[in-house]
Design a protein around this ligand. Sequence first.
Ligand code: NAP
Length: 299
Amino acid sequence: MNETLLMKAPPVTLNIIGCGNVGKTLGHLWTRQNVFKVQDILNRSHQSSIAAVDFIQAGHVVQSFADIRPADLYLIGTPDQHIAECCAALLASNILRAGNIVFHCSGALPSSILDAVRAVGASIASIHPIKSFADPKASTLSFAGTFCGAEGAQDALEILIPAFEKIGGKILPIDSAQKTYYHAAGVVVSNYLTALMELGVQSYMQAGISREQALAIIDPIAQGTLKNIVSLGTAQALTGPIARGDVETVVRQLEAFQQWKPEYGELYRLLGGVALELAEIKNIATRHGIETLRKNLLN
Ligand SMILES: NC(=O)c1ccc[n+]([C@@H]2O[C@H](COP(=O)([O-])OP(=O)(O)OC[C@H]3O[C@@H](n4cnc5c(N)ncnc54)[C@H](OP(=O)(O)O)[C@@H]3O)[C@@H](O)[C@H]2O)c1
């Protein structure tokens, strides 16, 4: 239990090292809800730190690690590739004390990337809001309801979980050892979905349809499919030739994609394999249809 912080009279202070899209959003919301007192902000550029203080409406700009004053919590909100070096610089600055909490918001990296600060008795955690933070102003308005993947030391989570919940975060405990799968899932359902839509657009264009028209056609199909996935589950949401076991159509399309671009043919075949698993669960195709599709898609 983090007795130091649980028993501490308010305010609980927070320094933010790397206060960009995520840091500004959280800093602003925590200030507004009186959760933490944002104290010092250190960005790479002075101008950017000033902009962060201005956005959060709290905090004090500092220009180097040597200028940071001791606080209870430290958010390292830099891009992922700078978290470890900032953690090392923070430790070297000698301001960390036992009972402090150092955390980051990366979904790709485990909290253990901050392990070095445990040497002075600080606790570590990672809370990853599953949200796209392109515009901090919009993000403060839409943060409530955001799932936040949380892992790390129990005593750090005891402080951070209520803090994220107070601004509307929905905590999702995650297994640090499986974090790569957790983050890859987000990449697949967001980034790869975008890539898949591009493949669909290009296929429409092969059929002589313009990109603009293709996007207009995709809109209701994709939105409707997503709705069905959420309400019915993936297997029941699957329609089309693989769900029906329509071997001729699938083989014709596979061959067309292979001739157009072999790598797109490969994608059609491999994703068809995943769809086939769903078709088996949905169970409307004949056994013969499923087995013939399996031979064409998976061999
Ligand atoms: N963006 C998202 O949608 C999102 C979603 C969930 C989680 N995350 C995670 O949140 C973290 C922050 O992402 P972000 O999108 O907020 O990044 P960002 O908007 O690029 O902001 C990063 C901030 O870190 C500062 N910085 C960079 N290197 C630094 C250094 N060596 N020392 C001090 N400050 C430094 C930058 O300063 P300057 O402004 O001076 O360059 C900038 O203000 C990452 O771990 C990311 O994985 C992001």
